[in-house]
Design a protein around this ligand. Structure first.
Ligand code: G3H
Ligand code: 13P
Ligand code: ZN
Length: 306
C-alpha cells in the first residue's frame, strides 16, 4: 500500500545473510524521519523506520504513512516501516491495514502461553499481507511494563523457550532480554549477557534476533544538552563495544530511540540558546535535524552496514 516500501522480512533476511544488524530508528516528527533517511541514503544502508503507538497518536497514522511514502519514493535504499511495541492485536491490525511492512506484538510481560496465543493471533493476520511480525520473550532490565528487574537475570530470555516460542508462533524475528533497558538511565554497570546471546543463537540457528534498549547515551551529546539547560547528569547507556559484540554474536536488528531524542534535543537546545533572537522555527528545527542525522550516520558506521 505504501509504494516502494521494502518487506520487513526482506530486510531481516539481508541482515542475517550478511551477519550484520539493521538499524531500527524511532521517529516522532518529520525532522527525525528526514534525518534518519538522509543518513541511511548517505551510508547506502538499508534501515527500518519505526513508530510507537504514542508516536502514531502524536502524528496521526495518515501523516506517518504519508511522510514515509514520500521518503521511500525518493530514497533509493531498502526501507521498512515497523510498529514498535504493539500492545495488542488492534494496533497491529491498524498498522498492517495502513501498509506497514512489519509490526511488533509485545506481550513479554504476560505468561508464556498468553504471549504465544496473542503473538500467533497477530502472525495469522499479518501473514495474509506478507507483513513481518516481531515477538518478545524475556523482560528487559530496569523498568519495563512497571516490572523492576535491575540486576536480576532470572527474567532474561531462556534459550530453550526462545526456540519453543518461535516454533509455536511463526514470528519473523525475536526481541530478547540480555541486559539492556529502555530510556536514559540503563545503569552505570549495564553490560550484556553475551553468553546467553550465544546460547540463544545456537538454539535458534540463524533466526533474526532483535536488541531493544540499545542506545549508548553518548556523553558528548548529553554534555551539549546540559550545557544548554538540560539536567541529564546520571544518564548512562550501552557501550559501543558491547553493541559490536552483540552484532558479531547474532543480533540482526538494533532499536534506537533515546540516542535520537538526545541528539535532537542537543541540536535544538544549542540553536535556541545560540540564536535566541530568532523566531525562525525552521532554522532551529533544521539544527536539530542535522544533529540527529549525524547521530544516525554514527550508528550506521558502528553497525557496519554501510
Ligand atoms: O521502546 C520504547 C520507545 O522508546 C517508544 O517510546 O512510547 O515514548 O514513543 P514512546
Ligand atoms: P533506547 O531507549 O535504548 O533507545 O531503546 C529504544 C527501543 O528499544 C525502542 O523499541
Ligand atoms: Zn523497545
Amino acid at each position: 500500500m505504501i509504494k516502494k516500501l521494502t518487506a520487513g522480512k526482506e530486510i531481516l533476511k539481508w541482515a542475517t545473510d550478511n551477519g550484520v544488524a539493521v538499524g531500527a530508528f524511532n521517529f516522532s516528527n518529520m525532522e527525525t524521519l528526514q534525518a534518519i533517511v538522509e543518513a541511511a541514503v548517505e551510508k547506502r544502508s538499508p534501515i527500518i523506520l519505526q513508530v510507537s503507538e504514542s508516536a502514531i497518536n502524536y502524528m496521526g497514522i495518515g501523516y506517518v504513512t504519508g511522510m514515509v511514502e514520500v521518503a521511500v519514493d525518493t530514497a533509493e535504499i531498502p526501507i521498512a516501516l515497523h510498529l514498535d511495541h504493539g500492545k495488542n492485536f488492534d494496533i497491529c491490525k491498524l498498522c498492517i491495514d495502513n501498509g506497514f511492512s512489519s509490526v511488533m506484538i509485545d506481550k513479554s510481560s504476560s505468561s508464556f502461553a498468553e504471549n504465544v496465543r496473542q503473538t500467533k493471533e497477530v502472525v495469522d493476520y499479518a501473514q495474509k499481507f506478507g507483513v513481518a511480525v516481531e515477538g518478545e520473550l524475556g523482560i528487559l532490565t530496569g523498568i519495563e511494563d512497571d516490572v523492576r528487574v535491575a540486576g536480576d537475570n532470572s527474567l532474561f530470555t531462556n534459550p530453550v523457550q526462545a526456540l519453543d516460542f518461535i516454533e509455536a508462533t511463526g514470528i519473523s524475528s525475536l526481541a530478547i532480554a540480555i541486559g539492556t533497558s529502555h530510556g536514559l538511565n540503563k545503569g552505570k554497570t549495564a553490560c550484556l549477557d553475551i553468553d546467553r546471546l550465544i546460547a540463544i543463537k545456537d538454539k535458534v540457528s540463524n533466526f533474526p534476533l532483535v536488541l531493544h534498549g540499545a542506545s549508548s547515551i553518548y556523553p558528548d551529546i548529553t554534555d551539549i544538552c546540559n550545557q544548554f539547560g538540560a539536567i541529564f547528569r546520571d544518564a548512562s547507556g550501552i557501550n559501543t563495544s558491547d553493541i559490536k559484540a552483540a552484532i558479531s554474536h547474532g543480533i540482526n536488528k538494533i532499536n534506537i530511540d533515546t540516542d535520537l531524542r538526545l541528539a535532537f534535543m542537543a541540536g535544538l537546545r544549542r540553536s535556541l540558546y545560540q540564536t535566541s533572537e530568532s523566531i525562525d522555527i525552521r532554522m532551529h528545527l533544521n539544527s536539530a535535524r542535522l544533529f540527529t542525522k549525524d547521530l544516525v550516520v554514527r550508528k550506521l558506521e558502528m553497525f557496519k552496514v554501510s
